[in-house]
Design a binder for this molecule. Structure first.
Ligand SMILES: [Zn+2]
Length: 324
């Protein structure tokens, strides 16, 4: 009998040493969907990752199966999927669904394995093969308590449903790989863009437009108090710093209640990469301190955090926060 395709991606044995994870058999509990900037904004507007037809050279390409993609991998040298990472608990995704082996992709470095997660019956579909996660014979293994993956390879999990952001744990910004992009190839405008370039654009767009329905994905609970996750705090600090660094005095100044709408308009321009126009417009606020006051007020309303907390977390010189 022919060996199953998944055998060469088989997990190793879990580590028995304390403080050491066996890369060939890494426990995991979260997965991520990573998207490019415009797609990420649309996901946040829609409140969900919409499943779509498989467009690359996949066995599922002609099957009309619509999938949402997630991966248990993290990307030390930049993600090949974009800059914006939506993190989910793996349990909420796998959730008693069935697994089917789809294929491997050897052109990836490292090669990728693809597994379909579904609550439909694909047993009669010849493009996929039922995959038993309870046997340590392929890249994903469940011992009844813990999920393991073979960390030497790229995992691409295809879920044949939409993924609601209600199940998402948090959004983080990551760097895009310098040379590789699975969506746009070598013409991707975001190749090599840092978490800061992408993160500041998205946050400026969301805050400028008041799209705050999923703000909790940028916050976490610490000692019963909500605060920014460190990644968001560093991105927002950078955004405020960009506007502060470019500030110059001007004679024409708006005052009072016109200030916040003006800064929001400048943020929308920034989000669309019209940086010069954004900074020119923000000068009409009159002074750096007036600009910081507007940031404080807008961010405080957007995230429902106190102005003092905005100061503590985001204004330079108050308190430093580190990012992974
Ligand atoms: Zn790209």
């Amino acid at each position: 009998m022919k060996k199953p395709e998944w055998e060469k991606y088989k997990v190793g044995s879990p580590s028995k040493r304390r403080n050491w994870t066996e890369p060939g058999c890494e426990p995991f509990s979260t997965v991520r969907h990573i998207a490019h900037i415009h797609d990420a904004v649309r996901i946040i507007e829609d409140g969900m990752i919409r499943s779509s037809l498989v467009w690359d050279e996949s066995r599922l390409k002609n099957s009309r199966t619509c999938v949402s993609w997630v991966s248990p991998n993290s990307w030390a040298h930049g993600s090949i999927y974009g800059n914006v990472s939506f993190e989910f608990d793996w349990e909420t995704i796998v959730n008693d669904r069935d697994l089917y082996w789809v294929e491997d992709v050897k052109s990836y470095n490292p090669p990728a394995y693809r597994i379909l997660i579904t609550d439909k019956d694909y047993d009669s579909d010849e493009s996929v093969v039922p995959y038993d996660e309870t046997k340590p014979e392929g890249p994903l293994y469940w011992d009844g308590k813990t999920w393991y993956r073979n960390g030497h390879y790229t995992g691409e999990i295809m879920v044949d449903s939409d993924l609601s952001l209600r199940k998402c744990r948090e959004i983080e910004f990551v760097g895009h790989h310098l040379r590789y992009c699975t969506k746009n190839g070598s013409s991707c405008p975001e190749l090599g863009s840092s978490q800061y370039e992408a993160g500041t654009r998205i946050m400026a767009n969301l805050i400028g437009r008041g799209l705050r329905r999923h703000r909790r994905l940028f916050l976490e609970k610490q000692n019963d108090e909500l605060e920014f996750i460190p990644n968001t705090a560093s991105i927002l600090s950078k955004l405020i710093q960009d506007f502060t660094d470019e500030f110059e005095d001007t004679d024409v100044v708006v005052s009072g209640k016109n200030r916040n709408p003006l800064l929001k308009a400048a943020l929308i321009l920034y989000g669309e990469e019209h940086y010069d126009e954004a900074f020119s417009l923000s000068k009409l606020l009159g002074s750096k301190s007036a600009m910081k006051k507007s940031f404080r007020s807008i961010l405080s309303k957007f995230f429902r955090l106190s102005p003092e907390q905005i100061d503590a977390d985001l204004m330079p010189g108050r308190r430093s926060r580190s990012v992974d």
